[in-house]
Design a protein around this ligand. Sequence first.
Ligand SMILES: Cc1ncc(COP(=O)(O)O)c(C=O)c1O
Length: 386
Amino acid sequence: MLPYSTQTIEQDDLEAVRDVLTSGYLTCGPLITEFEDNVADYCGAQYAVGVNSCTSALHLAMIAFGVQKDDYVYVSAISFVASANCARYLGANVEFIDVDKFTGNLNVDALEQMLIKAKAQNKLPKVVVAVHLSGKPVDLERLSKLKAEYGFYLLEDAAHALGAEYHGSKIGSCKYSDITVFSFHPVKIITTAEGGMCLTNNEKFYQIMKKFSSHGIEHDKAKLVNQNYPAYYYEMQELGFNYRLSDLQAALGISQLNKVDDFLAKRRAQAKAYGELLKDQKGLVLPIADTKESLSSWHLYQVSLPGNCRDHLYEQLRKHNIGVQIHYLPIYDHPYYQSLKTYEKLDGAEYFFSHTLSIPLFPKLSHVQLQMCAATLCSLLDKENS
Ligand SMILES: Cc1ncc(COP(=O)(O)O)c(C=O)c1O
């Protein structure tokens, strides 16, 4: 079955990983800092903390913001569950923000209405988690205005969006937000197998995330609580975690990041090609094309189907060996969230979920495969319409 996405691993990646295996460090070595510095430079942020998943990165961001039990955290309703779970790890209340029915990105008007109501009730959120779904940047300028007005921390969940650009800045620059997190899971823009990273321009957040990513341990002699230390001494100052990335993963990440612009160029060319091949298909709504102001990383190519044919088309396309996927069930519909309280169903999220399909797009997809996916989708849709 043709997957909707898969990693691109080449000879240089294999060599980078092999070199680490025969070096002195498998973990806690110099490649971690090198990878962190490279990602921070690429995105234009000051600080980066490499971790073993984006889920860990989200958790660390919530810790850095000081999220606690009974705080409110607002999350885009359409995302992978990790975007919301990070707030639950700390006992916070999660509220979901409705999304645009075609892009799945958070609807800033809906957020503003929630904030107006929350202010009147004295229940403003501590954090808003904005997801750049499929790699398409959310409206960060409007979000940063709301952030200034209502005083929340803005966390960009950029699991899908390495290399995306908004108003001339790379996602990850944190120009409009407090922290941005990335995922390096195999289907993402670059991979370290499992892996993630937190980026920020705030030194305090950086120090907290760094310390909590490695057991809450402090090695810097100047920052120790007990200053009468012998030479070997380090101390655990917080109840942290082992969220560290290994040197094997960092080596793969460095090698992959060297090629990210090539990966992105291929993804962008494929998105354009789909746009050309599908533009006249009746009832099909295509993702918004790139502009100079907003450049997607095209992690996913998500089409919106007319009527009620989505589930049938999903099955039919998979019968034709096209591994389409659905991203995502609204988070509030998962049994765990249902068990917390009765969440109101949100119109945009419901529409997006029930009409959208992710069709194959990844650097190694050939043009012939792409044409075959587009042609099969069109002919199945024609059958549905006839
Ligand atoms: C939007 C989003 N956020 C967070 C995550 C979690 O990433 P990871 O698998 O690296 O923990 C994912 C994973 O698919 C995701 O899609």
